[in-house]
Design a protein around this ligand. Sequence first.
Ligand code: GLA
Length: 407
Amino acid sequence: MHAKASKALALSQLFMLAEATLKPRLPDGLGLTPHMGWSSWNTGQCDAASEQYALDAANQFVELGLKDLGYEYVNIDDCWSTTARDESGNLVPDPAKWPNGIPAVIDQIHELGLKFGLYGCAGEMTCASFPGSWGHEEQDAQLLASWGVDFWKHDACFTPCTTSPNPQTCWDGSIDTKPWYGTMRDALQGVADTKAILFNICQWGRNEVWTWGADYGHSWRIESDNWGDWDSVIRIGAHAGDLAQYGGPGGFNDLDMLFVGNGVLTEAQERLHFGLWAIAKSPLVIGTDLTTIGESSLNILKNKDIIDINQDELGIPAGYFQPSNADAPVAGQLYPYWAGELSNGTVVAFAAAAGANTYSVSFADVPGLEAGTYNWKELYSGEEGSGEELSFDVAQDDIAIFRVTPA
Ligand code: GLA
């Protein structure tokens, strides 16, 4: 693309960002920055949906200094309940996993100054075949509020479908998923006076959820699951690069739970995974056992400079920009060049999924910046510099993330 055209595109993107930021969000005022926490799912799927895992995670938040950095939500995903509702139609915590019941665990977690989240589903069953909220939305919202639950993830399995052979994730492309989430949103808003509950929409990016999710929940999954492999990180990250304009305070693109510390990605890949999620203003939800996490993974999750970017009060996601000397992005591939506005500067990142390289951009090409001299700090290495352009060596699969401020 010609330099001028690229700059014009950048400016129009900025206007769209401003517009998205000012869009009305849910009236409860929750989720002004992306939520941070831990979830049982990537940690140990069904096995980790227990009291023991929840309390271990909460205690580790305090012990490892994660709480001080903003990690707050201890979220239990699928498989926490019994396979049937009780005679009143209420969901029942599995007594083998919750020997003391859920409210007692929530009390302990609240005493630590943390929050507790649960998972459910818009359909008749959850993805792992436990009872879903279809037809029980108000009853479930009341139960959650009575227990003191702070977060609810609403999945999309076993919803009505006509054509798909797979009832678990069935969708023929024409079904409007909005009403399912509207029903649960209204149920949760109906108990908001008793208990404000952060609402996470999980329907894997159907119906372009990013265009309407802000009126329905505080965050929405943009893609199918992060399966814990490098391909997932590339697939989800590449999609997020195009969706920056839709996130803002009160409603964020959710790139899915993290796979940092699970022994599947290299250290460089873990840096890129965490870094991209953070600058794209995704919720940062740890998905590993914090009682056994390795030091290098923990250090990545504890990078305060990068967390500060994720939690910046403007809530503007970084997205792709095309420098005048670079080729255009290719769908499905992770483009190296990312930028976004911050309350006290600009974040610029080079993501090297396509290979080790010396990446260079003129600050004049960065959306929101004029030609001139800027100071920069790279937030993983701590390296600092100053100049009219930014040039940095990035290793294969690694990322460099810069906070840029006028000199
Ligand atoms: C779906 C969701 C996942 C997880 C599982 C649980 O696949 O997308 O995030 O909640 O269900 O069964």
